[in-house]
Design a protein around this ligand. Structure first.
Ligand SMILES: Nc1ncnc2c1ncn2[C@@H]1O[C@H](COP(=O)(O)OP(=O)(O)OP(=O)(O)O)[C@@H](O)[C@H]1O
Ligand SMILES: [Mg+2]
Length: 258
């Protein structure tokens, strides 16, 4: 299988309040194949969301290169790459800032379909299937994003990511705020789409049960560096890095000191 997404030697530096430059990410390598789910793990503040933004081309790294289908992801914002951009969807950690509160759900879900060569009826079917998959009622279409709760907004954001049947979804804590039954439903939708269309996923989560269930491979970040990488089963059963071992012992990635 060829790599759909490759990140090579990605670093990001930021200047702190003391004016000292500190690395947020330091030489990160990562690759995702078609149909593969790669989980990014690590304690809070280790750079997972920053890496997700860089992979999606929303943030320019200080150094390194990220290619999606052979195109640098920072170039996905160019109008000529609109179609390719719709093939890479991101679900953000914060559902409040990721949706325009004034947009209707219909407009939000239509957006990824604008560049697709589908009839109006086919688009409508796609949208209805996405709503159904996320347990959202049809009536939601004419309401605006601000009328929904955080959990509902996250489901709208997930529906938006899925509706265009992209090649890659970068999901940053996409299911963490959802209740268990919806969470299970969303994970099944991801797995179904993976089976049907070869969807690839970069999956960021603090929930080890979910990661074990969904990820083929895991990459463990500590202080912006990759400290371990490998098949999920191998990393969970026989981790090489003491940091990964500590994460696993704690039972959640959230509580580990950095
Ligand atoms: N624009 C920025 N300027 C300066 N520092 C930043 C910026 N964005 C993030 N950081 C810092 O980078 C580090 C990594 O943040 P990031 O949000 O990527 O972590 P995370 O692993 O996603 O954490 P969490 O698990 O809590 O979501 C943190 O120390 C954060 O304070
Ligand atoms: Mg984060």
């Amino acid at each position: 299988m060829t790599d759909l997404l490759t990140a090579k030697n990605v670093s990001l530096d930021r200047t702190g309040p003391d004016r000292k430059i500190r690395p947020i990410l330091d030489g990160v390598d990562l690759s995702v194949k078609q149909g593969e789910t790669v989980a990014i793990l690590g304690a809070s503040g280790t750079g997972k969301s920053t890496l997700a933004h860089i992979l999606a081309g929303l943030l320019r790294p200080s150094a390194g290169q990220i290619l999606f289908k052979g195109v640098e992801t920072v170039a996905l914002q160019h109008p000529q790459n609109r179609q390719l951009r719709c093939n890479l969807q991101m679900i953000f950690q914060d559902p409040y800032s990721s949706l325009d509160p004034r947009q209707t759900v219909s407009a939000i879900l239509n957006e990824p379909l604008l560049v697709q060569n589908l009839s109006a009826a086919e688009k409508q079917t796609r949208i209805e299937l996405a709503l159904q998959a996320l347990a959202l009622p049809l009536e939601a279409l004419c309401r605006r994003a601000h009328e929904f709760s955080g959990g509902q907004r996250q489901r709208i954001a997930i529906a938006r990511a899925l509706v265009g049947q992209p090649s890659l979804i970068i999901a940053d804590e996409a299911v963490s705020a959802l209740d268990a039954s919806i969470q299970a439903r969303v994970l099944n939708v991801f797995l179904e789409q993976q089976g049907h269309t070869g969807l690839s996923l970069v999956f960021i989560s603090h929930d080890m049960t979910v990661v074990r269930h969904i990820a083929h491979r895991v990459v463990v970040l500590a202080k912006g560096r990759v400290v371990e990488e490998g098949p999920t089963k191998k990393v969970f059963e026989n981790p090489c890095s003491p940091y990964t071992r500590q994460l696993l012992q704690n039972g959640t990635w959230k509580d580990v000191s950095r």
